[in-house]
Design a protein. Sequence first.
Length: 194
Amino acid sequence: MSCLANTRIVIVDTDYAWLKNLKTALSKLGYLVVGEASDGPAALKLVRSRDPDILIIQENLPGFSGLEVARIMHEDKIGPVIIMSDYLQQDLLEKAKESGVASILVKPFEDHHLLPAVELALGNHQEIIKLEKEIKKLKDTLETRKAIEKAKGILMKSLGLNEEEAFRRIQKQSMNKRISMRAVAEAVILANNM
């Protein structure tokens, strides 16, 4: 599961000493830090230009907060975000959930807390992407079936065919024209609506 050497990380914190220590700790674990910033706008700019696998960002930042950056990254499906905070309160936890944050690390944390936080965030993000692709594929399959069923109904009514004959006609057109059955079905539906 772990691909440490290939994992690209952007880190963001207003405390330069903490940022330097975090970079050292991540490098020792085998991660590649591809960018550092100290405010929200610079963090977003880095994320968009460096295309990291994960972002580790302080909660309170100038410009806009780490949670706002996390929300944008979640909505744009850029990658997982780990928030660093000086404290953990219920309010932060709720806002982190709403923003799509993968994990929260409370400062100061030990270096050995980084590995599980990063690996779980990456693993969960990859699982979400996989599930979203499966959902899209299922939706496409359902839309294809709906179109074919509708086209079969049109052919059955207009040409007096039974269901099997209508299906074979769509299938034959698909093979003859070397296009998908959905494209044939959509053409039948479009022609019927004219």
